[in-house]
Write a protein that binds this ligand. Sequence first.
Ligand code: MG
Length: 396
Amino acid sequence: MSAARPWVAAILAAGGRGLRLGGGTPKQLRALGSTTMLEASARALLASPDVRQLVVALPSDVLASEHARRLETLGATVVAGGDRRQDSVARAFDHVSADASVVLVHDAARPFVSRAVVERVAHAAAATGAAIAAVPVHDTVKVTSPDDGGPVIVGTIDRTTVFLAQTPQGFRRAVLARAIALGRSGVEATDEAMLVEQTGHHVRVVEGDPRNRKITTEEDWAFAEQVVARVASESTVSHLRIGTGYDLHRLVEGRRLLLGGVEIPHPLGLVGHSDADVVCHAVTDAILGAANAGDIGGLFPDTDPRWKDADSVALLRAAVGRVHDAGYRVINVDIVVIAERPKIGPHRAAIAASLAEALSIEPACVSVKGKTNEGCGEIGRGEAIAVHAVALLGRT
Ligand code: MG
């Protein structure tokens, strides 16, 4: 069964002063990585395409701040919250679009809500009228009564019946409207589900997420900073791509020896359809491979007369263009030139400078190393030169 996707408005309840974390700044406005807990919560809601509107209730003295402006940049409507959470939600609800079929209410102190949880709640609310995210309890739950020496157990609850409420909590528009009217009539509640329960509407529990933790204490804050740091490092790493390239050309008389676009004095030169610059070819394949953008043989086939005696530096530049088109830039390359003769050492700097120019990177990001083949095989006999290259790319 596939239900139509609901038109969802989300309310972010951030009107509280959040002083439990101490310090002068409300906790939802404290820096968390490169953002704030408030902004992270807003972005988490907007990560679902079902969420078409976001209304944020803020403390009134924050309305004119940079925090409010940044939320508006994300497309949010910013309104003044009230003294209690339910007042903030009621005020935000007044700004919810008439087109919304489902309204989600979310805590600004839950910045790690996943898109899956947001959509589970929204879809269950569309289907049943009211639903909240919640997680099961794994510890045994005791009911106590106060006593002189401390609480005394008076009963044990079947923990399979107990869930810890999270947000978002989602409601069909009319269901939440009735609950807010009840709240405005003087009924107090710690969450919207509680008001909806009192209107007589069943509230469905859907699977929440332990990571969707409410950031309340300093210990929670330390958890939040760890999550943000881990996500930041993962996203950096996932933007890196590595590629490898290899090439070999034979040395013959009567040809120029070009390595990385640098002409090197030598009695023999490399033979090939193009100018046979074996360094450029290996680097070209490494960067194309890293971007998964084809290979040199496919892009510049040696059966095509256009590439006869082609300038391999120009081919490398064309490959860099393709890599850029694929959304990547070259970060560094490392090259091993395997040649019995000539010695590569004296030419390393010139080759690195030439390649760096073609790759649009600093010469310090191009490493060129020379090796012999210890006299073994055709390379060892000075009949060929081979090159291995690796390239690292990053997202542009
Ligand atoms: Mg080649």
